[in-house]
Design a protein around this ligand. Structure first.
Ligand code: MF3
Ligand code: CO
Length: 246
């Protein structure tokens, strides 16, 4: 069953979601060559705590940090470390916050200094794929209408979509039903209803779609070593259309 949230619950998810997007705005200003992902993690932890919220990932299945920081060929679940960012890198920052027992989840991929036009095009495509998915998050559509909008656009642009990780319901738990793949045919899965809240999160690879998991047991990387980009928003399905909460 896909949970339907009431007004009171939506307010809490809205609050948690806003804290995640504010965290990313703060981090964006701090990204530069030379900063470490561990420094970014500390900034995020302090900010979320100061807002009266909890980092949602820390301790989740023993995950050790506030952020997932996925650099270049890392797709998701990069663990913050003392490695410095370099000019021309890209970094996906995924942040979750819990406020009064409700969650929000948000990811952006940022350039570090100047990047090439080829890499800009990859970032823009993943960003646009998320927007197209969000537009399908309307009452009366089905879950895979979101999936198809994302996957078909990405593949039309000549990139590939990661299969192993999917979007998800979010609210009382960080991960709730349904799973929202980023590929596949439209018109399948549950019908969308007002009061559902989804984290929609395409992961787009420049090269092949295949992944590997690093020895740390967490970090997913592209099998061909090429770049991967991740964007994610928490979205409320409302009578009046999708509302991005992040
Ligand atoms: N946004 C990621 C997801 O939806 C967060 C991973 S949480 C972690 O799966 F704790 F497992 F890293
Ligand atoms: Co998520």
């Amino acid at each position: 069953m896909i949970p339907i949230k009431n007004k009171r619950e939506i307010e809490k998810i809205r609050k948690a979601s806003r804290i995640t997007s504010e965290t990313l705005l703060l981090l964006e200003k701090r990204i530069c060559p030379g900063i470490t992902t561990l420094e970014l993690d500390k900034i995020a932890f302090d900010f979320i705590k100061r807002k009266g919220a909890e980092p949602a990932f820390k301790g989740y299945r023993n995950y050790p940090a506030t952020l997932c920081t996925s650099v270049n060929g890392e797709i998701v679940h990069g663990i913050p470390s003392s490695v410095k960012l370099k000019e021309g890198d890209i970094i996906g920052i995924d942040v979750g916050a819990g406020f009064d027992h409700y969650y929000g989840d948000c990811t952006r991929t940022f350039p570090v200094g100047a990047i090439s036009p080829e890499v800009s095009r990859l970032l823009e495509t993943a960003r646009e794929a998320l927007n197209l998915g969000i537009k399908k998050a309307v009452v009366g559509n089905r879950v895979s209408d979101i999936s198809h909008a994302i996957g078909s656009y990405v593949e039309k642009k000549g990139y590939s979509v990661v299969r192993e990780f999917v979007g998800h319901g979010v609210g009382r738990e960080l991960h709730e039903e349904p799973e929202i793949p980023n590929f596949g045919p439209p018109g399948q899965g549950s019908f969308l209803k007002s009061g559902m809240v989804f984290a929609i999160e395409p992961m787009v690879n420049m090269g092949r779609k295949e992944i590997k998991i690093l020895k740390n047991g967490w970090t997913a990387v592209t099998s061909d070593g090429k770049l991967s980009v991740h964007f994610e928003d928490t979205v409320l399905i409302d009578e009046d259309g999708p509302e991005v909460l992040t």
